[in-house]
Design a protein around this ligand. Structure first.
Ligand code: PSU
Ligand code: MN
Length: 297
């Protein structure tokens, strides 16, 4: 059903650790030409840390688990590549479309392929105006039903973080802070909200994964929240957040266009500062996910 890259095929045959990577970051989260550069570097980081990268996307209606260089280039450079959540996969496939996969769709595909570790930037969640718009990312529902370990820098700071944390609790999605007891705020080290559980080492995470398996509480995702090393200037962040949300509202940006719009607004208005932080986030999460995948072997 799916097409595997040569590298991922080999890793599966050798039973060696694999880390899934999403492709919406590449197509809709980072600007060209930086996006391709980062996608290549992130894969290299996973390899350097002892695991095999499996970037996931749909190309001409086929699900690809691991992309060959020319396919990665297509996802990065083709402006017609759609953004696919889990519900879109079959429909895009029937229409032979190409699409990048979100956290929700990537987790689903990875799980079906037997891949248990996944690195991304920041998860989707409850949007700030959700009381009126009901805009809540499908990432949350997907993670509630998918056994996977996701390394991320919390949820995107453009969201209602407090409401998202409540939804994560309701949905039974476990969160551990990696060397922190504060929930990371994507561009910011601390979102302003505490975490109940802190882990200090990868060994601790592996121990938790074993227990989750024994207790059969591993049917939903485990979020490993990994704060970025150097955060974005806070006052610039808060200022752009305010103006970006206003601009999204005046321009009537809705649905799946909201997140790409706000990320792009941040990247252009901060003169690349938020972009650099975003890139650091993805790289550091890829590294940690590879280390966890290797240690859990
Ligand atoms: N994290 C990033 N950049 C991104 C995303 C996450 O650093 O572009 C993407 C992910 O694919 C996530 C999606 O699943 O944004 C959420 O979109 P929405 O809010 O429309 O569900
Ligand atoms: Mn949405």
């Amino acid at each position: 059903m799916s097409t595997y890259s040569a590298e991922v095929k080999r890793a599966i045959a050798n039973n060696s650790p694999i880390v899934a990577l999403e492709s919406t970051i590449i197509s809709h989260g980072l600007p060209r030409p930086k996006n391709l550069e980062v996608a290549i570097e992130v894969e290299a980081i996973v390899r350097a840390n002892g695991a095999t990268p499996a970037t996931i996307a749909m190309i001409d209606g086929e699900i690809h688990i691991g992309l060959e260089p020319i396919e990665l280039e297509r996802i990065a450079n083709d402006a017609n590549v759609a953004k696919a959540s889990t519900r879109d996969l079959a429909i895009f496939s029937a229409n032979k479309k190409s699409a990048a996969t979100t956290v929700a769709a990537t987790s689903h595909i990875a799980h079906v392929a037997g891949i248990s570790y996944f690195a991304t930037g920041g998860l989707g969640g409850v949007h700030r105006d959700a009381r009126d718009t009901w805009d809540e990312s499908a990432d949350l529902a997907a993670l509630a039903n998918t056994p996977i370990t996701v390394v991320c820098a919390g949820v995107k700071s453009i969201l209602d973080v407090s409401a998202t944390l409540e939804r994560l609790e309701t949905l039974g999605i476990a969160i551990v802070g990696y060397k922190t007891d504060r929930f990371p705020g994507f561009y910011l080290i601390d979102s302003g909200f505490p975490l109940e559980h802190k882990v200090n080492s990868i060994t601790e995470i592996v121990e938790i994964l074993k227990k989750r398996n024994q207790f059969e509480t591993d049917r939903s995702a485990l979020i490993v929240a990994n704060p970025v090393g150097t955060e974005m200037n806070r006052s610039l962040h808060d200022q752009l957040l305010k103006s970006g949300l206003e601009k999204a509202a005046t321009n009537n940006i809705t649905g799946k266009a909201v997140t790409p719009f706000l990320l792009e607004y941040f990247h252009s208005e901060s003169n690349g500062e938020s972009l650099n932080v975003n890139i650091e986030i993805i790289k550091s999460n890829a590294k940690l996910a590879a280390q966890i995948a290797l240690a859990a072997q």
